[in-house]
Design a protein. Sequence first.
Length: 461
Amino acid sequence: MSRTLIEQLRADLAQGLPAEAIVTDPDITASYAHDMASFCDAGAPAVVVLPRTVEEVQHVMRTATALRVPVVPQGARTGLSGGANATDGCIVLSLVKMDRILEISPVDRIAVVEPGVINATLSRAVNEHGLYYPPDPSSWEMCTIGGNIGTASGGLCCVKYGVTAEYVLGLDVVLADGRLLSTGRRTAKGVAGYDLTRLFVGSEGSLGIVVKATLALKPQPPQQLVLAAEFASAAAACDAVCRIMEGGHVPSLLELMDRTTVKAVNDMAHMGLPETTEALLLAAFDTPDPASDLAAVGALCEAAGATQVVPAEDAAESELLLQARRLSLTALEAVKGTTMIDDVCVPRSKLGELLEGVERIADKYALTIGVCAHAGDGNTHPTVCFDAQDADEGRRARESFDEIMALGLELGGTITGEHGVGVLKKEWLARELGPVGVEMQQAVKAAFDPLGLLNPGKLFT
């Protein structure tokens, strides 16, 4: 981008934005260049804009369209696929200051929020009304609702309650040309026209800028209790998962940590987890009688070969176990300093085969690869640990990452269950969708963003 165009862009933006909303200091704009993903290119933004109102977002998009400048929308940049990475000369549109909870309705069981609201902030706010917003990514204390919508995030409780897409009832979206589109509803039911709301969920900011969301809520469930089961093999733990689901049980959480992950958490947080185990399975119930449900699941774990089954006695002990799971990705990063976090989801019946395959891939490339998983969903996070300063190790890390995605597709799965595609998985998205699928998705993109200004270089663009 020429110096003249940059100056014109900044001057035109200033016509409809307060001075504090525009950041041009290159040392500061550089900090907005990328999210938390490894191996993803990022460019240098021409300007960072932090709007507080819908009208300010509309002004940004009208300016971008007039000058043909790309726009990269961002939330908290906790993503793991490069979906929020800047391109050279772009406007980074950070929505973190649009952080108001506009409404909580216990009667309609909805919340209306701006995109910059932190997930945990919303969860605690609705709890005060006896309500519950289930989607809870591991980064829930940092990630924003807008980012969750952009990547269709999941979380620990999705095995029972579902993912973000199932809670987004309606959206206000600023389109590429600055027009404001309202989709969906705030009613319990509604099927008028094409479901444009779902189209925006998971679109990674490539179709429009979400500026308001109407979210479905549920009554707050009873406090859950957690059970921990140790296994002598990952295959046995996966067998237990299959037995639990086949038996008709509906846990509020069903998580798996392999040997490598358990050791990493212990090394970092000294939590006293059993390092003799090859796999640790965590199951939780938030039913009126969780102890009874845990007893039934514990029996199934023992039948699958669990060497020890320990139900938590109270909420505090349960939370300690869940904290260990939430620390998994941070702990694995500490093993070598850098990680590539895969997000392969397979049918539950294939979970054991995936974990066995990941172990073979780790041996083949002489790498440490820890696996934590939303086992009840078949959504795994094989995490490749490597030294970013070692070029050969970095190469092996990338190759092993790709092999894991290939394995996931071979097993009838998908390359991403909740992290999105971004830059990291563009090639693999095309493989999963096939040529006709890519063609149709590109047609949708062209309908909403004919100039290709919104988050270019992501997904299949």
